[in-house]
Write a protein that binds this ligand. Sequence first.
Ligand code: NAP
Length: 249
Amino acid sequence: MAENTLRDKVAVIGGGAKNLGGLLSRTFAESGAKVVVHHHSSENDAQETVKAIQDAGGQAVAVQGDLTKVADVRRLFDTAVDTYGGVDIAVNTTGMVLRKPILETTEEEYDLMFGINAKAGYFFIQEAGRRLNDHGKIISIGTSLLAAFTDGYSTYAGGKAPLEHFTRAAAKEFADRYISVNTVAPGPMDTPFFYPQETPERAEFHASQAMGNQLTHIEDIVPVITFLATEGWWFTGQTLFPNGGYTTR
Ligand SMILES: NC(=O)c1ccc[n+]([C@@H]2O[C@H](COP(=O)([O-])OP(=O)(O)OC[C@H]3O[C@@H](n4cnc5c(N)ncnc54)[C@H](OP(=O)(O)O)[C@@H]3O)[C@@H](O)[C@H]2O)c1
């Protein structure tokens, strides 16, 4: 029976420098995981996260990469294997949001949104499937908008939607190695990612749809991801909606 804890496991965190990914990197390290902290443009945050982990006695390394480029996805996993000898857990928190009517969306915006939300998500799962040790865990971050009927988020929710199907297929294809594959789809989260797309009134409305009239907090999501990466290994092929009741299906 495999030990489903974080102790001495190697975790690759896509977008692991700040916000949700940053808290995840620190939390995994506190539980004894060696963490590969990926970042794209947030180099200072990545250095800060790695330093905080090391100062607390943990192990971490930062890796830059544009995960819309398959070569960069591969290099990220190469670094994990070269540095720590293997990979056990891969969490992809990367994403990009755009709230714009379909009639105004450009080809460039479509390609950008699907590049990071869908293509990067696919090749992250592919490379994780190639490189993870048996009993590994792969977790992608979706959005609770996948369970909503709303305007404006065609390329964001639409770009994240394929993650569910990539997850299902990968869960079947990697099952013979006991690798669990899931998507976590949080409600609108109280991070700088969310606010620029919304008016204060709409932000208030989003909050009003969850228990206690509040947005989702990254502290609510990290335990869900941690559970899937440990004792929750029996979940596979699923999309979970931790969102205080904001949307469901
Ligand atoms: N905040 C919300 O309302 C909300 C709600 C539900 C789901 N989510 C999802 O939760 C995840 C984390 O979001 P967050 O709120 O914590 O915001 P965030 O920190 O801004 O997360 C976005 C991440 O995507 C990375 N990224 C963007 N383009 C990239 C590229 N080309 N290559 C590699 N990485 C790239 C960013 O890296 P750099 O900063 O290094 O560029 C950043 O780490 C995202 O997938 C988001 O879609 C967010």
